[in-house]
Design a protein around this ligand. Structure first.
Ligand SMILES: Cc1cc2nc3c(=O)[nH]c(=O)nc-3n(C[C@H](O)[C@H](O)[C@H](O)COP(=O)(O)OP(=O)(O)OC[C@H]3O[C@@H](n4cnc5c(N)ncnc54)[C@H](O)[C@@H]3O)c2cc1C
Length: 403
């Protein structure tokens, strides 16, 4: 089924609601949607065979959608995270893997450089990303280190005016196609990771940087996700982001914006299957009536709508708080946890509503179902997010009860 046809029956209402969104945000969403329909929808199924053509990232950059949350001085439009979540939802509602690649470059790589980079670093290593001319990635996860990022093994040792990087990074979105990586490494093993980790910009053309392999994935097939190796990669001191030992702080800060943007992507993956399911349940007849007449079907639609609307409101709340410079660890974790678990349920229910047709590739629901499954794993698993939420709750409780 062609996604363009579906767009003639847009069903969701709340993204056009001025109770949640400003008039400018609503106009912006319509603009991003029109771009997605023109440039991505015609190839959305095709690029799922992977990898996406690099030219698409260039077009997204030229349209301004890599830099809505970046400063004007470096080529962004400084509109904030509330606009980035609009881009994330709209493009993900067409092809999940492509937006994951866009976001890995613009947000996961882009935000640490934007917030902690020098003017010189931003000009050289961020502006080309915002233009879509270069691609970025973020290197946190390692073969033996996932959720427990403080246990990182990749090391960077000082040698004169250079740092020498050794280690491996696994499951890195854009890894084998990236020009630059924001890489995290231990620089002072004598202290705890909180103070002994640093962040670097690494040029992937450096000697000693290699690709072990691209991972074969269940979904997100238009993106490249790679296992990478650093063997005595030499990095000039001016490639350090922030101060030595500031890496853990940079990482925690990055995760807040990443989780909010992922929450928006999850709404995108779920929204299209939901829209297809609503339309299909209206048209498909069994026992002499449209299947929407059966509560077994229509109540699933109710639950899907409820989860989508609640998820969007939670995500916007986190983005608005981020744009006000507030601490959003709890809000971002809640938004990501709710929307990603909902996306898995919604895409699963959409398959059920279409019956046999839902299990075929005649409809893109199976693609979104595969894409959505990642989202309770990447960027903080559901279990880790539950841990973080309760930790923040008890922090607030203890703070209040100190008095
Ligand atoms: C497609 C894809 C793209 C990715 N892109 C990137 C990227 O661009 N950059 C990057 O750095 N990483 C990336 N990742 C890695 C991703 O962030 C990690 O997979 C994730 O953080 C989980 O780490 P892990 O896979 O090592 O699982 P583990 O940490 O080994 O966890 C395994 C299981 O144990 C559970 N668990 C672990 N600790 C606890 C605990 N304390 N309490 C309860 N349960 C726990 C987890 O929730 C999970 O269910 C990507 C992964 C995938 C699959």
């Amino acid at each position: 089924m062609k996604l363009q046809l579906l767009r003639s029956v847009i069903i969701m209402v709340d993204y056009l609601s001025s109770t949640l969104w400003t008039d400018d945000e609503i106009r912006f969403r319509e603009e991003v949607r029109a771009f997605g329909q023109k440039e991505i929808a015609p190839v959305a199924d095709e690029i799922d065979k992977g990898p996406y053509p690099r030219d698409l990232i260039r077009k997204i950059g030229q349209a301004g959608y890599m830099g809505v949350h970046h400063e004007k001085e470096v080529g962004g439009s400084a509109r904030g995270l509330s606009y980035e979540i609009i881009v994330a939802e709209e493009l993900s509602s067409i092809n999940g893997g492509l937006d994951m690649a866009r976001m890995a470059s613009a947000t996961l790589y882009g935000m640490p450089v934007s917030k902690f980079g020098t003017d010189e670093q931003k000009k050289k290593y961020l502006t080309p990303i915002i233009k879509g001319e270069k691609i970025g990635c973020i290197g946190i996860t390692e073969p033996d280190v996932g959720s427990d990022t403080a246990g990182m093994k990749t090391k960077a040792e000082k040698d004169g005016d250079e740092w020498v990087l050794n280690g491996e990074k696994k499951f890195i979105t854009n890894g084998s196609v990236a020009d630059y990586m924001c890489a995290f490494a231990v620089t002072d093993p004598s202290v705890k990771a909180k103070n002994g980790m640093s962040a670097f910009i690494v040029d992937t053309k450096s000697d000693g940087f290699s690709v072990v392999q691209d991972h074969e994935l269940l979904g997100m097939k238009s993106a490249r996700v790679s296992w990478l190796k650093f063997e005595d990669v030499r990095i000039l001191s001016d490639m350090l982001l922030g101060e030595p030992g500031q890496g853990f702080h940079i990482l925690m800060d990055e995760l807040d914006s990443e989780r909010t943007a992922i929450a928006a992507e999850a709404i995108g993956y779920a929204r299209t299957p939901y829209e297809i399911a609503v339309k299909y349940s209206n048209e498909r007849e069994q026992f002499g009536r449209p299947i929407r007449a059966f509560e077994g079907v229509s109540f699933k639609i109710s639950d899907m709508a409820m989860k989508l609307e609640a998820g969007r409101a939670l995500t916007l709340m986190a983005a608005r708080a981020y744009d006000r410079d507030e601490n959003i660890t709890k809000l971002a974790s809640i938004a990501k946890l709710f929307t990603t678990e909902s996306a898995i349920q919604i895409t699963n229910d959409a398959i059920q509503i279409l019956g046999g047709a839902g299990y075929t590739t005649d409809y893109p629901i199976e693609r979104f179902f595969r894409d959505a499954r990642l989202m309770t794993i990447g960027g903080g698993t559901a279990e880790i997010l539950r841990f973080l939420i309760q930790r923040e709750v008890f922090k607030e409780f203890d703070e209040l009860n100190k008095l």
